[in-house]
Design a protein around this ligand. Structure first.
Ligand code: TYM
Length: 339
């Protein structure tokens, strides 16, 4: 959707430093950001405050934080054009999250499916932060008065909540302060599925590494994973209509379309009626030609920790400047005493 003209201010998005960045993160989010930075001022955050809502993510937080920074830059985000920084380095995120939580009815949070999925049966023991996670996400976006948020499809519900919270704040205080942010769900692979099960989202937390292509995978890894990717016993389809009933094929097809930027009908014509051998070889080629470059570049950047740290420091200083100004305005609107 939304390849429309942008005119509503900043672009903001983020990735959690939870390790195993994968093709879904790349196609659903990061790759699309590279083009957006040509059109609009962009802020790309490494959302470490979100990551700690799951206890285990704290173990490799620093390492994973640098991995996300390296992934951004290796994919083509230009730190001179776009601001790249770590969320916990700008205190305005937490401060605004509290303020916005006072503008968010609990009923809105009760509808969030991600909390239900992540908390599972242990709802009573789940941390409050996991529950209020979407309010922090709204704070990330609104802290910069961002108008556009490029994300994968799984973030749609959170984005709708951010819009509701922005409206709730504006309405309550009778101001037109926060823009109502637009989700940008772009490209042909907005929901990349597991290579082992086409009904499950490709995810960082899947215990099987064969379920995903990691952004740090080398050529051999990518080849093996594509070879092993689940298909079915039928030949390649001759039209895209019945793909919905073949989730694994649909997923591989969408990945192919997205990576090759080839027309859907042309791909179908090329492989229709054949088995998956040639299709998988070509799929490997299109993924490998892009991802292995990103992966090599990531390793290079990760070997120069100082460079990444300096860059994140500058990014945080720049982000802080915008954030502090907006927090000041927000506090005035709320009527806090500012002595
Ligand atoms: P996270 O870290 O889970 O994912 C980062 C981005 O990757 C997209 N994505 C996918 N896209 C397609 N197919 C998939 N299988 C797939 N898996 C992940 C996500 O949609 C996301 O765009 N809550 C966010 C992080 C966040 C954020 C924000 C995003 C925090 N604050 C403010 C935008 C604006 C998250 O968990 O992303």
């Amino acid at each position: 959707m939304v390849e429309k003209k942008l005119d509503k201010g900043l672009v903001f998005s983020g990735v959690q430093p939870t390790g195993n960045l994968h093709l879904g993160n790349y196609l659903g989010a990061i790759k699309n950001w590279v083009n957006l930075q040509k059109e609009k001022p962009c802020i790309f955050c490494i959302v470490d405050l979100h990551a700690i809502t799951v206890a285990e993510n704290r173990f490799k937080l620093k390492e994973n934080t640098l991995e996300v920074a390296a992934a951004y830059i290796s994919s083509g985000i230009d730190p001179k054009k776009s601001k790249i920084f770590i969320q916990s380095n700008v205190s305005g995120h937490s401060e605004l999250a509290w303020i916005l939580s006072c503008h968010t009815p609990i009923g809105w949070l009760n509808r969030m499916t991600q909390f239900k999925d992540k908390a599972g049966k242990n709802k009573e023991k789940a941390p409050l932060g996991l529950y209020s996670y979407p309010v922090l996400m709204a704070a990330d976006i609104l802290l910069y008065k961002s108008g556009y948020v490029p994300v994968g499809e799984d973030q749609k519900q959170h984005l709708e909540l951010s819009r509701d919270i922005a409206q709730s704040f504006n309405r309550f205080h009778d101001v037109d302060f926060f823009p109502i942010p637009e989700p940008l769900i772009m490209g042909l692979a907005t929901r990349v599925m597991s290579l082992k099960d086409g009904t499950k989202k490709m995810s960082k937390s899947d215990p099987s590494d064969y379920s995903r292509i990691n952004m740090t995978d080398n050529t051999d890894d990518i080849r093996k994973k594509i070879q092993k990717a689940k298909t079915d016993s039928l030949p390649f389809p001759d039209n895209s209509e019945n793909l919905e009933s073949r989730p694994e094929i649909n997923n591989l097809f969408n990945i192919f379309c997205s990576m090759s930027e080839m027309n859907r009908d042309k791909i179908i014509k090329e492989y229709s009626g054949k088995d998956f051998k040639k299709f998988k070889e070509d799929l490997f080629e299109v993924i490998n030609s892009e991802i292995s470059k990103v992966s090599v570049e990531m390793q290079k950047l990760l070997s120069d920790k100082g460079y990444l740290e300096d860059l994140l420091k500058v990014g945080a200083e720049e982000a802080r400047e915008i954030a502090e100004n907006n927090i000041r305005e927000i506090k005035k609107i709320i009527n806090f005493y500012n002595l």
